[in-house]
Design a protein around this ligand. Sequence first.
Ligand SMILES: *[C@@H]1O[C@H](CO)[C@@H](O)[C@H](O)[C@H]1NC(C)=O
Ligand SMILES: *[C@@H]1O[C@H](CO)[C@@H](O)[C@H](O)[C@H]1NC(C)=O
Ligand SMILES: *[C@@H]1O[C@H](CO)[C@@H](O)[C@H](O)[C@H]1NC(C)=O
Ligand SMILES: *[C@@H]1O[C@H](CO)[C@@H](O)[C@H](O)[C@H]1NC(C)=O
Ligand SMILES: *[C@@H]1O[C@H](CO)[C@@H](O)[C@H](O)[C@H]1NC(C)=O
Ligand SMILES: *[C@@H]1O[C@H](CO)[C@@H](O)[C@H](O)[C@H]1NC(C)=O
Ligand SMILES: *[C@@H]1O[C@H](CO)[C@@H](O)[C@H](O)[C@H]1NC(C)=O
Ligand SMILES: *[C@@H]1O[C@H](CO)[C@@H](O)[C@H](O)[C@H]1NC(C)=O
Ligand SMILES: *[C@@H]1O[C@H](CO)[C@@H](O)[C@H](O)[C@H]1NC(C)=O
Length: 475
Amino acid sequence: MRNPRALASAWLPLIAVAQNSTIDLSWHPPSKTWINDLGQALNSTGTHGFYFNGSALPPNSSYGTYNWCNMPHVRREEYPEASEEYALEYVEVVHRHHKRTPYASNTFPKETYRWDCNDEGLFYYGQPLNPSGNTSASAYWSVFTSDTNPFAPSGFNGTCQFPQITREGLDDSWQHGKDLFGVYHDLLGFLPNEIGDKVTYRVTNNVITSQVAGILINGMYSPKTPTPLRIQPTGIDSLEPQYPCPAASSLYSSYGVSSTAANWTKHLNEARPLYNSLDAISGVASDSTDWHKSFDHYYDNLSARQCHAKSLPCSINDASKCVTQEQADTVYRLGQYEYSFIYRDSPQSLQAAVGSFGVFIAELAQNIRDLVSGKSPVIYRHNVAHDGSISRLLSILQVDVMVWVGMGSEVVFEVYSKGGYGKNKYIRILWGGQVLESSNPTLGKVDMLDLDVFLSYLDGLVGSNASKVVEYCKS
Ligand SMILES: *[C@@H]1O[C@H](CO)[C@@H](O)[C@H](O)[C@H]1NC(C)=O
Ligand SMILES: *[C@@H]1O[C@H](CO)[C@@H](O)[C@H](O)[C@H]1NC(C)=O
Ligand SMILES: *[C@@H]1O[C@H](CO)[C@@H](O)[C@H](O)[C@H]1NC(C)=O
Ligand SMILES: *[C@@H]1O[C@H](CO)[C@@H](O)[C@H](O)[C@H]1NC(C)=O
Ligand SMILES: *[C@@H]1O[C@H](CO)[C@@H](O)[C@H](O)[C@H]1NC(C)=O
Ligand SMILES: *[C@@H]1O[C@H](CO)[C@@H](O)[C@H](O)[C@H]1NC(C)=O
Ligand SMILES: *[C@@H]1O[C@H](CO)[C@@H](O)[C@H](O)[C@H]1NC(C)=O
Ligand SMILES: *[C@@H]1O[C@H](CO)[C@@H](O)[C@H](O)[C@H]1NC(C)=O
Ligand SMILES: *[C@@H]1O[C@H](CO)[C@@H](O)[C@H](O)[C@H]1NC(C)=O
């Protein structure tokens, strides 16, 4: 059912732009697939062709396939080249960091094995930028515990910070950079040979995005001099996103995680037997709210192991009781269902995403305008972010089929001109390396959409300089 008028909520008017096209700012539901069909998420088997067991796909699977451990991105082999009349003018990439250990909060109370990271160092130090100043040693973190420290870590023993990008995740990051460079530099000749003032990188306040950025930049440029990673101050970061928006947080919890809405709790209730068997193995208390308000923790816990070819966990008390692949697959299906519910199926999802990620959207619109007006020399912006960033971005773009965005998930905005510089401008959006399809009729298949229409869609939702976001967040 796609009736824009019927679904438009009161706070989202239709607005008109100069080109006499009507901009539809209302929410439109995603397509019906197994992902947002509770019966199939709960009661089917397998993972419907989605992969969860390593960065490399099995032979003969096609590259665009969903792979939680290493999602598809722009690369030369599959890149849909625009027709010759279009000239590329600006690219902005937003992607999730690559694969990592689980977060400490997603580890079982007691783990049955160690997880070590001494095949990599986390380099963390300050160094004067003045070239004639004192310099720093290339010092890195080496995680240890001691027999004297009576507080044993919860979850895994070992030499990782939980979370940290793993050695394989670093290699995936390098490849991601190399693949993007293969298209935007080697194939299209769009990127300059040096980073200079045309290329910038941005990270969030979570260190794992910096871990990805450093090696990704070497996959692209191997620069001989230090490269700045742009970052906003703690607490107001729009990319993570971190700025406070109480209205959006309470809207999310009114219909999704933590809500008592019947259509949210239904899958949790029906999955009670699954929870009981997982809890019996993990040692998670049956009344633990964190583990039972969504499948997030079990999903992260199980998938992080499988992405690193580690076995599914067994009970600490009874080594014969282990999580089965069937149970893990059900957790993965339910994780997809939850992400689709939270970020797309719920009619409130658009407003919640606009509130919590709208500042980044306003920045994106401004970045494009600054390039078009000649105010900024930057032709390529690269943002390393999180699933919470990419999910909200896809929520705002109203992607037609939502998934839980896996490791390295990527959205690319490409701005083109036709008929010479300064002439008509167009936008194309790539999701997983292919043209993004939106359920919103104004966006549709975002393949050379009039740039003014796109900017009007963004402005209409977030206001100029995010004015509507500020207003909403306070409400
Ligand atoms: C704007 O579009 C409407 C509907 O397509 C059309 O009826 C109208 O004539 C157009 N106006 C102009 C000024 O082009
Ligand atoms: C899943 O299967 C169980 C057992 O057959 C059934 O009771 C339940 O209604 C099914 N759930 C959905 C959402 O179809
Ligand atoms: C990975 O998962 C796929 C699909 O579930 C399966 O066919 C394949 O055998 C698995 N590979 C490994 C190494 O477990
Ligand atoms: C992979 O595809 C090739 C060519 O289509 C085929 O010959 C081969 O048997 C396939 N291998 C597997 C493991 O399916
Ligand atoms: C999974 O949960 C178990 C039990 O809490 C925990 O020990 C383990 O560290 C977790 N693993 C991951 C990868 O999160
Ligand atoms: C983790 O370390 C603690 C304290 O040293 C030890 O008691 C426990 O057996 C270790 N667990 C594993 C899985 O190695
Ligand atoms: C290094 O630091 C010392 C102590 O502050 C200072 O005296 C010296 O000038 C610095 N060296 C350079 C090259 O800046
Ligand atoms: C959940 O139920 C509410 C209240 O009935 C409804 O407005 C909303 O559309 C439902 N959400 C989904 C994703 O079906
Ligand atoms: C946003 O604010 C800045 C500074 O006040 C201003 O220069 C810019 O024009 C504004 N952008 C828009 C789209 O209104």
